[in-house]
Ligand binder design. Sequence first.
Ligand SMILES: [Zn+2]
Ligand SMILES: [Zn+2]
Length: 280
Amino acid sequence: MPLHEKLLIFAIPAFVVTMAVELWWDRRRKTGHYAAKDALTSLGLGIGFLVCQLGWGLLVWFAYSTGYQHRLFEIPLAWWSVLLLIVLEDHSYYWYHRMSHAVPAMWAAHVAHHSSEHYTLATALRQPWTTGWYAWLFWTPLALLGFHPLWILTAQACNLLYQYWIHTNFITRLGWYEWVFNTPSHHRVHHGTNPQYIDRNHAGIFIVWDRMFGTFEPESEKVVYGITRPVNSHNLLWLNLHEYLRLWHQAVATKSLWRGLMVFFKPRWRVQLSAYEAAS
Ligand SMILES: [Zn+2]
Ligand SMILES: [Zn+2]
């Protein structure tokens, strides 16, 4: 089994233990962050995600290995190349995530991750199933640079695992760490529907990308979690497909191939949903 798959499988016991601790603390403090049906839905989406990734893996592997065959540099395995890979992989993640909010067809895939109105470690497992059709676009340049496809997949798995622990309400602020790294506070903002929180803090590991590219927002008022057009469903397929269907209906209504394509692919900056709704 390749390393990136091992990492994700071996992390499962740690997920179970930490979620149990968070649930126990939630019950004890009567904070009401956990809802059984919501947490089970997140769990189902997490399991389905792992299965879907195996399928998307073919496309991803084809893209990365084609890039790698045409690589620009021979990069040896060394401390500096590992460090460089971690930074560049996270930079790719930032743009992948930012575009997942801006391009309607990509948002249709990513929305599943935002569909919960709860914010717990279980929410981290709420992974979308259909991002595979475009995700490879953002990491193939690294293969072209000279990073081996297996290294990229391993770095991606590390990034995903890093983002697990930041899905919690029980860690408030972390001092100097907040300047450089993505934290529970920064990512709570990302899951917020409060107007100033929409399309902010797209970071994976390093929050510096948001600070550099102007998408950073600190946590100030209490976060209202979810999406501005609640999906109100626990159906795993519907959570992954409803937004595609909505775009499809909108595209058909334009009665023009070009305008229909624009419904799916024209980026809408900083309008995740609210202004987007007003426009449509
Ligand atoms: Zn997001
Ligand atoms: Zn998240």
